[in-house]
Design a protein around this ligand. Structure first.
Ligand SMILES: [Zn+2]
Length: 151
């Protein structure tokens, strides 16, 4: 594994994306590092490509975009308590929440005001590697190919 990876990023506050060399992200204690095998394009990515009003308000630059993906786990943080394995085929929910927020502790995960979006306002999956919290990981059944798992 090299230190850098290829990634598609919004590098300037204007239309388009740029293919860049970026540092391979490091999984925190409760995260996994995923080698991305396939990605899908979401409407959100079109907004970001077009650099429309919503994107200008919500997407800090520079930002590696993309949040619909499938790949395999290559590293697991030391405090991950889910039964996840290196080599496991996975996707991940793109909304990353603070599990200690009042909303999350009440079970209202979707109302957490600190929610960050993979590829929106935290580094995304149009890259060779992406980090996601283990909480967000979705295990892919053996009969679901990466192409489908990425959607
Ligand atoms: Zn999406």
């Amino acid at each position: 594994m090299t230190d850098t990876m290829k990634a598609l990023a919004k590098t300037k506050p204007e239309v388009g994306l740029e293919l860049i060399d970026a540092p391979i992200p490091v999984a925190g204690p409760e995260d996994v590092l995923i080698k991305v095998h396939r990605t899908a394009v979401c409407g959100t990515d079109i907004h970001i490509w077009n650099w429309d009003e919503w994107s200008q308000k919500n997407v800090p630059v520079p930002m590696i975009t993309g949040h619909e993906f499938a790949g395999e786990i290559v590293a697991i943080g030391k405090d991950v308590d889910r039964r996840l394995k290196v080599g496991q085929r996975v996707s991940a929910e793109g909304h990353v929440i603070d599990l200690n927020s009042e909303a999350a502790r009440a079970g209202h995960f979707h109302l957490d005001p600190a929610t960050k979006g993979i590829g929106v306002n935290r580094q995304g999956a149009f890259a060779e590697f992406v980090v996601a919290p283990a909480f967000n990981v979705i295990e892919l059944p053996d009969d679901v190919p990466y192409e489908i798992g990425s959607i």
